[in-house]
Design a protein around this ligand. Structure first.
Ligand code: GAP
Length: 464
């Protein structure tokens, strides 16, 4: 049973320290969120899983970390300055401002009227100024990147030549992106500051690009299921031409059921796009247009690739799987949410997170906190586990309450130290999902937990 709606997760996230509304001491900042002690661990675990899966376990992908602020010309030639727009309309009756493409049945979502101004473009790149310059100095204008992808394209040649890469190969990057969204909202689903996990996969212009898109869709479906997402809550959307970004010849969105309570439950979790050779050509000094003019007179490099076997030089095509960290975290939280009733008829929340994603892997709980030997033994066990897995010690309540607290934050195992432990050097290990308990020797504990904490398997990548 996944969460019935996003609000259930908002309240759990705040109550238990996953996500807090940002700047609350000043009344908040619309659609900005801060990740608390458990949220930062969950985000890190998602990012680590992604990085391990793509960069370590495959042999054809390298990682980079580029600047958030790039030369403004990057955004000119990528097409973002001209086309990274939302189309806005104003309701003449209530003066509300909305994205034209989100209006249903031509009705104002605030007042129901149908009296609109003409739609006009609004560029959603967030602007800043570099250096101690006058407010109106246009040369100081810079942007906070709206996608991590461009940092990869402008480094294509650096990575390819220094690592002596041959096509096909990919470059992966995780990092913050910024968009001045007109209608942010729905918790961490749409915010102005968010984090992306993007990978640009470079292939030959003569490859079957259509098939590469299908390949990466399948790979990502496997990865999402390794994170615990139920396939029934994912849906593939073949994006029609009129909805695709300016650079895309084909895009498939993987949608998640973020709104199970609504008639239209799906929203984009990630997209897989065939970006053609658009970006590498656009940033290259030698690329000519149909009239033989350089399309980029500002670039000092040519981001083409020399293919040794065919002795051909060309601009590689790109297949881009682009995912959001925050949307993945929200989907994972919604899918992991479950409720269970105990013998006393009380309903408990259990967050059935995949063990690899759980912020805390084991909680070490003393059965009697006024017994120094038991407390000492529990703390020593916590310290001994910490180098191999994230463990916490907690004695701030009765055992039932402590179990419930750990279930609600998705801790796979509770380890209880009791009077008997002092005699037999063994502890009780309780399973989050079944509530079953077993007695384990302290000397075997780390190995026992590590075995059971193995990530859900992702099948080995198929050859492309
Ligand atoms: N480089 C291609 C690109 O950026 P996108 O579909 O605009 O494509 C990729 O973004 C992913 O980034 C989305 O599928 C979503 O997961 C995440 N994302 C985009 N805008 C977001 C926002 N305002 N808030 C949270 N996540 C966002």
């Amino acid at each position: 049973m996944p969460a019935p709606n996003i609000d259930t997760i908002v309240s759990l996230a705040k109550r238990r320290g996953f996500v807090f509304p940002s700047s609350e001491v000043y009344g908040g900042l619309g659609s900005a969120w801060d990740y608390g002690p458990l949220g930062v661990e969950l985000c890190n675990n998602v990012k680590q899983s992604w990085w391990r899966w793509l960069v370590y376990e495959r042999d054809d992908i390298e990682g980079i970390d580029s600047s958030i602020i790039l030369n403004r010309l990057v955004w000119k030639y990528s097409g973002h300055e001209a086309t990274f727009n939302d189309w806005l309309i104003d309701c003449r009756k209530c003066k509300g401002r909305f994205r034209a493409d989100k209006i249903v049945d031509n009705k104002c979502p605030s007042c129901g009227a149908s009296d609109w101004t003409e739609a006009r473009p609004f560029n959603t790149m967030l602007q800043t100024k570099l250096g101690a310059v006058a407010d109106d100095d246009p040369t100081a204008l810079a942007y906070l990147r709206p996608e991590t992808a461009q940092g990869i394209f402008i480094n294509f040649l650096n990575v390819q030549t220094t690592l002596r890469r041959k096509l096909p190969f990919g470059i992966a990057q995780i990092g913050k992106s910024f968009r001045n969204e007109v209608t942010p909202g729905n918790f961490i689903l749409r915010t102005r500051e968010f984090e992306q996990m993007e990978m640009e996969y470079f292939v030959s212009p003569t490859d079957e690009h259509w098939k590469f898109v299908d390949y990466w869709v399948e790979q990502y479906l496997e990865w999402f299921s390794s994170l615990g997402l139920n396939r029934e809550n994912l849906y593939l959307y073949e994006v029609p031409e009129e909805e695709r970004a300016h650079y895309s010849k084909r895009t498939v969105d993987i949608m998640y059921r973020y709104f199970p309570e609504r008639e239209k439950p799906w929203e984009e979790l990630m997209g897989i796009a065939w970006r053609t050779d658009f970006d590498l050509s656009a940033h290259s000094k030698n690329k000519l247009d149909a009239e033989g003019k350089r399309i980029n007179p500002d670039s000092t490099e040519d981001l083409s690739y020399f293919d040794e076997p065919t002795k051909q030089r060309f601009y590689p095509h790109v297949i881009e799987p682009a995912a959001g960290v925050n949307r993945t975290v929200l989907a994972v939280l919604m899918d992991a949410y479950s409720e269970k009733t105990n013998d006393k008829g009380e309903t408990r929340v259990i967050l059935k997170l995949s063990p690899q994603l759980a912020p805390i892997k084991a909680a070490i709980l003393p059965l009697a906190k006024n017994k120094p030997e038991i407390v000492g033994m529990a703390k020593a066990i916590k310290r001994s586990l910490q180098p191999v897995l994230r463990a916490v010690y907690d004695d701030t309540g009765g055992i039932g309450k402590l179990y419930a607290r750990q279930d609600e934050i998705g801790t796979p195992f509770c380890v209880t130290v009791d009077h008997q432990s002092l005699e037999d050097e063994a502890v009780t290990v309780r399973d989050r999902d079944t509530w079953e308990q077993e007695r384990i020797k302290v000397s075997d504990l780390a190995e026992h937990l590590q075995k059971r904490l193995k990530p859900y398997p992702v099948p080995a990548p198929e050859a492309i």
